[in-house]
Design a protein around this ligand. Structure first.
Ligand code: SF4
Ligand code: F3S
Length: 106
């Protein structure tokens, strides 16, 4: 499965949602996740994310290793999102910021 990682936090551009053929994205207040059992590994979402937050599980950077479990966990707790919406208001300011893990709202 593909995995959403830290750069999405506080941005949530949702371009990924628009291209996913199986609607397997789930939405928290400032982060999105992919349901690992629903993702069909088509790869369509990876290149369209403005923050480059999405990676295939097999190519997950080690610094983002914990996001595999975070996606699986939140995908069962958060509501599905099937349509693109406006990004968060501070998205541009946080797009290239590092160290956003502590800002993830469960
Ligand atoms: Fe959806 Fe394809 Fe991305 Fe998986 S890889 S989340 S199926 S767009
Ligand atoms: Fe997040 Fe990128 Fe999608 S910022 S909402 S993973 S397009």
């Amino acid at each position: 499965a593909y995995v959403v990682t830290e750069p999405c936090i506080k941005c949530k551009y949702t371009d990924c949602v628009e291209v996913c053929p199986v609607n397997c994205f789930y939405e928290g207040s400032n982060f999105l996740v992919i349901h690992p059992d629903e993702c069909i590994d088509c790869g369509a979402c990876e290149p369209v994310c403005p923050t480059k937050a999405i990676f295939p599980e097999s190519d997950l950077p080690s610094e983002y290793a914990e996001y595999k479990a975070l996606n699986a966990q939140f995908a069962t707790q958060w509501p599905n999102i099937a349509e693109k919406k406006a990004s968060l208001p501070d998205a541009e300011a946080f797009k290239d910021k590092k160290g956003k893990r502590s800002m993830l709202e469960p």
